[in-house]
Design a protein around this ligand. Structure first.
Ligand SMILES: [Fe+2]
Length: 153
């Protein structure tokens, strides 16, 4: 019984972290793709902003993966795992108009923010440390959504 009480929350935490890991890796790949393919009058600020976002995701997913390791679960950041499990739609191939691109990236960042927020709220019941990590990530993602929204106005 004690074992069940201990492992059930760890399993919930592990699922929340693994799902977040996959989404943040995909987001980092998509913003790098966008960084290379943005075109239009706002090329320069968007090219730079997207690279900042990529750096942010890399830092966050490293923390998420290491939290998984810390609770005794092997993080899975393999390409095949990300491709099979990410809920993000791929970006269209090729060069992307700056305004359309901002909308595409905003849609993806907002989607990840919403899903991580859901996990963050559920984890509060049994893992405050992981919840704290996810709170920081949601804070950052929601700030990015605002930055993208401001680009479109
Ligand atoms: Fe670059």
């Amino acid at each position: 019984m004690t074992q069940a009480l201990q492992t059930h929350p760890i399993s919930d935490t592990a699922v929340a972290l693994q799902e977040t890991l996959v989404e943040l890796i995909d987001l980092s790949l998509q913003t790098k793709q966008a960084h290379w393919n943005v075109a239009g009058p706002n090329f320069k600020p968007l090219h730079e902003l997207l690279d900042e976002f990529t750096d942010g995701y890399r830092g966050w997913y490293d923390e998420v993966a290491e939290r998984l390791a810390a609770i005794g679960v092997a993080p899975d950041g393999r390409t095949a795992t990300v491709a099979a499990n990410s809920p993000l739609a791929p970006l269209p191939a090729g060069q992307l108009d700056d305004r359309a691109l901002v909308a595409l990236v905003e849609e993806r960042v907002a989607g990840v923010a919403g899903r991580v927020r859901g996990r963050m709220e559920r984890l509060g019941e049994h893992d405050l440390v992981t919840q704290d990590l996810l709170i920081g990530i949601v804070h950052g993602l929601e700030k990015q959504v605002w930055m993208l929204r401001a680009q479109r106005s």
